[in-house]
Write a protein that binds this ligand. Structure first.
Ligand SMILES: Nc1nc(=O)c2c([nH]1)NC[C@@H]1CN(c3ccc(C(=O)N[C@@H](CCC(=O)O)C(=O)O)cc3)C=[N+]21
Length: 300
């Protein structure tokens, strides 16, 4: 709590707890199936940020007691070779989850690659089959960042029924699935985006704000209703100060200003980012359990 009573939502701590609960479920899966859940991560090219993310996914997967298979391909990999790898992983019984790190180099067709993933191994929840299942209210593998964001919201607010939720951003990765999840929780959902008129006034009506636009500190403090709960999905690196090597990481919300208005807000870093990785492990265990014909692990 700060002096005005606004809470910083500790996504890092929540994610650590979730990873512990996953780790405790893995031996039960092993006992019932005689095998270990496995996650395959495919990285094409040598983008430094992607390298860091893939390394931390690998570490977290091993720490949870699961198998991690890393596939690093050169930046000039051909579409057909990438699809062939995905198909090999689809057929591999030791692989429960497949994640192709995005973005892919420009010459590759991202959509076609995602569509080649077996929907039951699609731990990113990006295949149209999973997007359709989510929209239809069916059991689906659900994109990690929105699901992690929802977990933080429910932890903070309990029942979300009837609350006004505004999602800023309409990406397939975050905005659209986030809106579906909030709708399924009986929120009144508004999706705002780059063409929305009077965005500050739209955001002012929200009890819940999810900012996922990828523009540093775009959502200002005075756009927020007093007592709103804010999930800041943005990860933007500012230009470095003179003499510094790396700029500061900021979200899509002007956090310091927001603190004068909100009931609670996720920080950047330490908010949604760590949740994304924990939910990836959760989705891998869920995918493994479903494929093995077991019940979905509880409490995850
Ligand atoms: N197929 C696919 N699935 C993804 O889920 C996916 C992807 N591609 N491509 C890249 C983005 C990015 N992403 C993050 C995961 C964790 C943090 C994270 O843990 N961030 C920390 C620290 C960040 C830092 O210091 O750089 C934090 O926010 O506290 C951030 C970003 C997953 N992505």
């Amino acid at each position: 709590m700060t002096k005005n009573g606004a809470a910083i939502i500790d996504g890092k701590a929540y994610a650590a707890g979730l990873r512990e609960r996953i780790k405790a479920e893995v031996p039960k899966f092993q006992e019932e199936t005689g095998r270990t859940p496995g996650l395959a991560v495919v990285l094409v090219g040598d983008d430094p940020a992607s390298q860091v993310y893939v390394a931390s996914k690998h570490k977290a997967t091993i720490a949870a007691g699961m198998e991690s298979f890393e596939h690093r391909l050169p930046a000039d990999t051909k579409q057909e070779d990438l699809i062939a790898l995905v198909e090999k992983l689809n057929a591999d019984e030791t692989v429960d989850g497949i994640l192709v790190q995005l973005p892919l180099p420009d010459h590759l067709d991202e959509k076609a690659v995602v569509m080649a993933i077996d929907p039951d191994k699609d731990v990113d929840g990006l295949h149209v089959i999973n997007a359709g299942r989510l929209a239809n209210g069916e059991e689906a593998l659900t994109p990690c960042t929105p699901l992690g964001s929802l977990m933080l919201l429910k932890d903070q607010l309990g029942d979300l029924s009837g609350l006004n939720a505004v999602v800023v951003g309409r990406s397939i990765l975050v905005g659209k699935p986030m809106a579906q999840l909030l709708l399924a929780e009986n929120c009144t959902v508004t999706m705002a985006h780059s063409r929305t008129r009077d965005l500050p006034d739209v955001v002012r009506r929200a009890d819940i704000v999810v900012a996922a636009v990828g523009r540093a500190e775009m959502v200002k403090g005075d756009w927020l209703k007093d007592g709103a709960v804010v999930i800041d999905v943005g990860i933007n690196r500012l230009a470095p100060d003179p003499g510094k090597e790396k700029g500061r990481l900021v979200g899509d919300v002007a956090t310091a200003e927001a603190m004068d208005h909100v009931r609670a807000i996720t920080p950047v870093p330490g908010g949604v980012g760590p949740m994304t990785i924990a939910v990836l492990l959760r989705n891998t265990l869920v995918a493994a359990s479903m494929r093995a014909g077991l019940d979905k692990p509880k409490g995850l």
